[in-house]
Design a protein around this ligand. Structure first.
Ligand SMILES: [Zn+2]
Length: 497
């Protein structure tokens, strides 16, 4: 019996070590190739086009395409059609607004570069919801101030996706053809985890034979440094209701013998964490890959500016599992955040001496390779059920929004071409970074179309994505077009060599 137990334990540990093999996504040393593409005339063209571009961006930003709020369903269609109209006017060969089970996807291609590769450019036209009273200017009116455009989606990702469209428009206007074939895919559900994107890819695979892919929903490191993401975390969302009674009860008549839903919810939430800020959900970390050597090296090259976080957010401390550095925690470790708790009497005015009968808790996890969102959701549900105090009934709502984490290799032509271009545009090599956020569609593109979608974006981390007063810098819109111009030319020149 004892012998069998030892064998079983040995088997388990072998299984664990087999799962935990680190993936080397960053190979050193990297060398950027020199590019000699003259951009001066194109830059002048972009400068001249700027007033018109900013008018177009303002029109696009005016459409409140909030994908997660059902009341905006028609706005989603309006935004998709606005984009399609723009793509038709710049001379794309074929442009379609494709219906899905959710919001439409905008597909557009240009295919007249015989013998040249096909480049996919991904972006999304949906935006996050707004809390209007927290905005200094109306969120759906583009407001220019300080060389910046303020509006929801200005950076994430309406501004982001217009950059390659304008770059392509510029090339077509000046040269009547493109150096490569092109497919634009603009998602309407990125902010919801792209639940219908994979099905779209599977159904339209014949339209989507592409050789390489870039993501216009990416970021620069800062004004003077480009970056390419080497990984993204995944994301899941779960909600549960903690119910202890049919109704809120009088705390004088029932208090002392009646279970309190708010207290029970607090106890459940507390059970999620260990005193040293690890997540206490059983088996939560089982599939988390340890960092490879090169990922560790990559992290040492990227500064973590603790002061900046404190300034941006008004925080007074950095928290999290101290066994890992802040960037390791942000990029390669999973999280479980409580994103909302409500119940009881919460009106701003007055107070009520009650025992809440029901409290809702909403959670979000950022998952990392190789965690599985469905499995993590199941583990959370099991944990909540197991840790619910006496007198509590828990019901779950599963949002079925599972973005899968992804790692990208720092090797291969699509990576190298982007690396060359960013090194040229910024006059120094880009930083390889990662991102704690999620873009589920990029995993789908890899799985269905077989290509890695490298980030090639010009937003900056302080631009209040998902928060009040989102903005984009006008200078980055210009710089981004130049970079896309060089990228498409460079691919046209070098692909297959
Ligand atoms: Zn985005």
């Amino acid at each position: 019996m004892k012998y069998r137990l030892i064998l079983f334990a040995l088997h388990l540990s072998l299984l664990a070590s087999a799962q935990k093999k680190p993936v080397d996504t960053v190979n050193n040393p990297l060398v950027a190739r020199r590019i000699t593409i003259d951009t001066r005339e194109f830059e002048t063209f972009v400068k001249d086009a700027q007033p018109q571009q900013l008018r177009e961006l303002a029109e696009f930003l005016k459409i409140p395409s909030v994908s997660s709020v059902p009341a905006h369903k028609n706005d989603m269609v309006t935004a998709a059609e606005w984009l399609a109209k723009k793509l038709k006017t710049i001379g794309m060969t074929q442009t379609e607004v494709v219906a899905t089970a959710g919001h439409p996807i905008v597909f557009s291609k240009w295919n007249k570069a015989t013998g040249k590769p096909t480049v996919l450019i991904y972006g999304h036209y949906d935006v996050q919801p707004v809390k209007e009273n927290e905005w200094k200017t109306p969120p759906f009116v583009a407001t220019t101030s300080n060389e910046r455009i303020y509006a929801r989606g200005a950076a994430d990702d309406k501004g982001g996706l217009m950059i390659p469209i304008w770059a392509v428009e510029g090339i077509l206007k000046r040269e009547s053809s493109l150096p490569v074939n092109l497919v634009f895919l603009f998602d309407g559900e990125e902010e919801k985890g792209s639940p219908n994107f994979k099905k779209f890819l599977q159904t339209h695979q014949s339209l989507l034979k592409v050789d390489l892919a870039y993501n216009a929903d990416g970021m620069q490191f800062n004004d003077s440094t480009g970056s390419i993401w080497m990984s993204l975390r995944g994301s899941i969302a779960v909600e549960f209701e903690v119910r202890t009674a049919n109704t809120d009860a009088h705390s004088g008549i029932y208090g002392g013998k009646t279970p309190n839903a708010a207290k029970a919810a607090a106890q459940i939430i507390a059970s999620f964490y260990t005193p040293d800020d690890k997540i206490a959900i059983e088996h939560f970390y089982d599939r988390v890959l340890p960092l490879s050597k090169s990922e560790q090296t990559m992290i040492t090259k990227v500064p973590n500016d603790e002061k900046k976080d404190k300034n941006d957010l008004g925080t007074t401390a950095e928290t999290g599992d101290a066994a890992f550095s802040p960037l390791e925690r942000l990029w390669y470790r999973p999280t479980l955040e409580v994103t909302g708790v409500w119940g009881g009497y919460t009106a701003e005015e007055g107070f009520a001496n009650i025992i809440p009968g029901s409290v809702h808790v909403r959670l979000n996890c950022r998952t990392v390779a190789d965690q599985n969102g469905v499995e993590i959701t199941r583990l959370i549900k099991q944990h909540v059920s197991k840790h619910s105090p006496k007198g509590v009934t828990v019901t779950f709502k599963d949002f079925e929004s599972y973005s899968t984490p992804i790692k990208f290799p720092a090797a291969g032509a699509p990576f190298q071409l982007a690396y060359d271009v960013l090194a040229t545009v910024y006059k120094k090599p880009p930083l390889l970074t990662a991102i704690g956020g999620s873009i589920g569609a990029l995993t789908d593109i890899k799985e269905v179309l077989g290509v890695y979608t490298y980030s090639f974006g010009f937003q900056q981390g302080d631009e209040n994505f998902h928060a009040p007063n989102e903005f984009v810098r006008i200078a980055d819109i210009e710089k981004g077009q130049k970079a896309y111009y060089v990228l498409l030319k460079h691919i046209g020149n070098e692909w297959g060599k």
